[in-house]
Write a protein that binds this ligand. Sequence first.
Ligand code: GRF
Length: 217
Amino acid sequence: MKTLGILISGRGSNMEAILDAIDDGRIPARVGLVISNVVAARGLERARARGVEAIALDHHGHTREEHDRRMRDELDRRDVEIVCLAGYMRLLSSFFIESYPNRILNIHPSLLPSFPGLHTHRQALAAGVKLHGCTVHVVTPSLDNGPIVIQAAVPVMAEDTEESLAERVLQAEHRIYPQAVQWFMEDRVEFLPGDVVRIRGSGVSTDCVVSPRDRNP
Ligand code: GRF
């Protein structure tokens, strides 16, 4: 069974979605370590409450690469093979990214390549798009631009605020992130030329449309 590491900076709801999927047998893996760069991150307690080792490594006073080397040392000590960024709000050094080639996943709250960076829901409302969503992608040195594994689309409602849209997208995040991790753990992810990902044994890899109705089936 493979060992995952999860990096967080905040509340850790995507981390919990992954832990839920492990607990109910969808993801054949264990989480060896959760690391937060924010000492007060709520996700640290949430992880510990579920019996998962979770530590804070404060990035202040360290260069990006020093901090990332400390993270890698801790992950190596637990034999972590795949790293999931779950609301980890810091750029990674190329040292760290190259340590895990095609083995770092990130969840981004937009339908990439639209709206990279921060404040994605604000960007979507300002652009007037009628569909918004989220993306799980493989992390490469180019920000929010790695190979796309799965996406989920949600409708944008006329009355939406940043908060209501964020909440709808978050429900979709919790659905697709565990799915992507499951595919990685099952060794079903294939990298094709041109940064294209194909999932072996699945006709589709970017196929998940979530409507508000799905929230209360
Ligand atoms: C999520 O919206 C994720 O897409 C973004 O940051 C948020 C983290 O939420 N990168 P949580 O910590 O997983 O609850």
